[in-house]
Design a protein around this ligand. Structure first.
Ligand SMILES: Cc1cc2nc3c(=O)[nH]c(=O)nc-3n(C[C@H](O)[C@H](O)[C@H](O)COP(=O)(O)O)c2cc1C
Length: 289
């Protein structure tokens, strides 16, 4: 009887909280002494990015392994209290939009160290090649930073501009990255999320080159960009991603879009800080083929 009674008794459960985009675990509550595994899948791991995984309490001894297939795998034994595991990265999840900006050093991105170029006159972009080149700038921008860069690209290259407007506008509350239940947090956490586009579709006939711009949200492209690239055929078109962010690089976003689009000749692309000068944009345009 004693034995049966002991077996039936429910052990207290302690909460496992995950703080940071990408962290995963199979359960949210564990008994004391139970083995806990938390993963940070390979698809979230950016190049040239350092990740720091921490527990909020000293009695949690967090082991960390890396496997090319699974990504980072952290293990620990559940103590008799709730535990929060956090991930912070040098250039993505720990972003602080008010922090001092740094220039990119990623492959394919501009490595120019000049930071204050606002007083320098814009240099003209490369002259248009002899063959008929028709350029379109596509942009999604929630707070105007990326649209500002898009307009500079359009005016410097003589391109047309197409703005992706969400069917349901993003409110300030929707854009709150500190809120785990905000619309953007939920969308970005769900790779299958495809927010509806409200603007009229664009006719891509005749375009040979498309600049495609967006803000970085949780280290990647906003899901509405996935909606866009899955809706068009970019066959024979050179696709050039660009983004603005608080501090994150373009990261995997260009590759994600290329994969989802399944067509187009995708280039490395470039990240700008909000308020990038016309000179910075022009210099970058001059580096393109
Ligand atoms: C929901 C949300 C998530 C964000 N995530 C990141 C991020 O992971 N890394 C980063 O550097 N900036 C991040 N930002 C800051 C934006 O990328 C940055 O402010 C951008 O310039 C906004 O562009 P926009 O004005 O065109 O919308 C985030 C902003 C929002 C609203």
């Amino acid at each position: 009887m004693m034995f049966l009674f002991g077996c039936g008794k429910k052990q207290p459960q302690y909460q496992l909280k995950l703080d940071g985009y990408g962290l995963e675990s199979s359960k949210t509550a564990y008994a004391e002494g139970e083995k806990v595994t938390v993963t940070f899948p390979a698809e979230y791991i950016g190049t040239d990015t350092d990740y720091n995984f921490t527990a909020d309490s000293e009695d949690v001894k967090l082991s960390r392994d890396y496997s090319g297939k699974k990504g980072y795998v952290m293990k620990f034994t559940m103590p008799a209290h709730d535990v929060t595991i956090s991930v912070r990265s040098s250039n993505s999840m720990s972003f602080d939009p008010t922090a001092i900006d740094y220039e990119e050093s990623e492959e394919g991105e501009n490595t120019d160290k000049e930071t204050d170029t606002t007083s320098v006159e814009a240099e003209p972009a490369e002259p248009a090649p002899a063959t008929e080149e028709k350029t379109l700038v596509v942009v999604f921008s929630a707070t105007g930073n990326t649209k500002d860069v898009a307009e500079k690209i359009a005016s410097l290259t003589g391109a047309d501009l197409y703005e992706i407007k969400p069917a349901v506008e993003y409110t300030t509350e929707d854009l709150d990255w500190n809120d785990k239940n905000s619309r953007t947090t939920i969308e970005q956490n769900d790779p299958s999320s495809r927010p509806e586009i409200g603007s009229e579709p664009v006719d891509l006939t005749g375009y040979t080159r498309i600049f495609i711009g967006y803000p970085i949200w949780w280290a990647i492209e906003p899901r509405i960009m996935d909606t866009f690239v899955e809706s068009y055929d970019f066959d024979g078109i050179t696709m050039i991603p660009f983004c603005t962010s608080g501090s994150s690089s373009l990261g995997q976003s260009g590759k994600n879009l290329e994969k989802l689009a399944g067509s187009g000749n995708w280039q490395a692309g470039r990240r700008f800080k909000g308020g990038a000068s016309e000179n910075e944009v022009s210099k970058w345009l001059g580096t393109l083929e």
